[in-house]
Design a protein around this ligand. Sequence first.
Ligand code: MET
Length: 338
Amino acid sequence: MLETAIAGSLPKPAWLAEPEKLWAPWRLSGADLEQGKRDAALVWLKEQEDAGIDIVGDGEQFRTHFVHGFLERIAGIDWNLKTPMGIRNNRYTVEVPTVTEAVRRTGPVHGPEAAFVRGHTRHAVKWTLPGPMTICDTIADGHYGRRADMAMAFAEVLNEEARELQAAGVDVIQFDEPAFNVFMDEVAEWGVPALHKAIEGLTCKTAVHICYGYGIEANIRWKETLGGEWRQYEAIFPALNASRIDQVSLECARSHVPLELLGLLKDKQVMVGAVDVAGQDIESAEEVAGTIRAALKHVDADRLLPCSNCGMAPLPRSVAEGKLRALAAGAALVRDGL
Ligand code: MET
C-alpha cells in the first residue's frame, strides 16, 4: 500500500556532469563516461533504497536530458541542423535538432543499461522514456509535415525500445508527457493514440507522467501566469482515464492543482507528486503526509503511489537525497495511520 516512486531524474554526481544544471555537459568521455554513468546509477539505487523508496530507477544517469538523451541514439535526426523553437507554446526558445528523414532505431538505446540496473536491485524498477508528443515539442520537423504523423513514427520507435526494456526485466515503463499540459486539445486526438502505439504488446505496467515542469526559471515564471487554480488536468484526465495506460503521474505538492481533479482518474493508479521540485527546501515528513492524506480524499489508498512532482535533475544532490527521505518518511506516516 502507498508504494513510493519518483518521476525519474536525480542530480548527476559532480564527477560525472556539471551540477545543478539541466542539459549539464558530461565531465568524462569514452569508456570512462560509460563506467561513470553506471557508477552514478549504483549510487542512486543505494540512495533510493536507503531512503525507503519502493519502486526505484537509474535516476536518468545515462542521459543528459530526458528527451534528447533518448533521441541521440535515433537515426533520421540532423543534430547540426538547428532550428529555433518556442518550446511548450513559446514558454522558452531553444535551438533544437531537426528531423530530416524517417526516424528509426538502429539498435538498443537503454536495454543494456536497464539490465544493469535490474541486476543491482531487488526492488521493482521503473524506466522512463520521453512521450511522443513531448518529443515532437522538443525537436523540429523537417520531414513529416504533421506533428501527429511524426508522433506516430516516434511511437513506433519507442515501442521497439519499450519491448526491450521489458525483456531486460523492467517492471514499469513511464512515458514523460509534460506537453500534455500545454496542448490539451491534442491529447485525445493524437497524444493518447500515440501512447497506445508506444505500449503495444507490453505486459509490464505502463505510466504517463504529466507535470508543470522542472524547477527552472522559465517554468516558475510560467506557473505565475496560470492563476490561482491550475485546471489543465481537467481537460486531459478523461482521455487518460479511458486509455490503456495503467498509471498517471502528476504534480500535487505545493501546487495550485485542485485535488478533486484526481477524482477524474478513478480507473487508474495515480502517482501523486508529494514532494515539490521547484525549491530547495526539503519538506518535512508531516508535510508530505499532509499532501498524501489530502489526495486520499479523491484516490483510494490501493491506487495511490506517492511520488515527486517532477524530476530532480537540476537540484543539488543533498537536496534530492533529503527529498527522497522525506517522501518515504511521509508515506510511512500515512501508511501507519491507515
Ligand atoms: N522523467 C523526467 C524526469 O524525471 C520527467 C521530466 S518532465 C519535465 O526528469
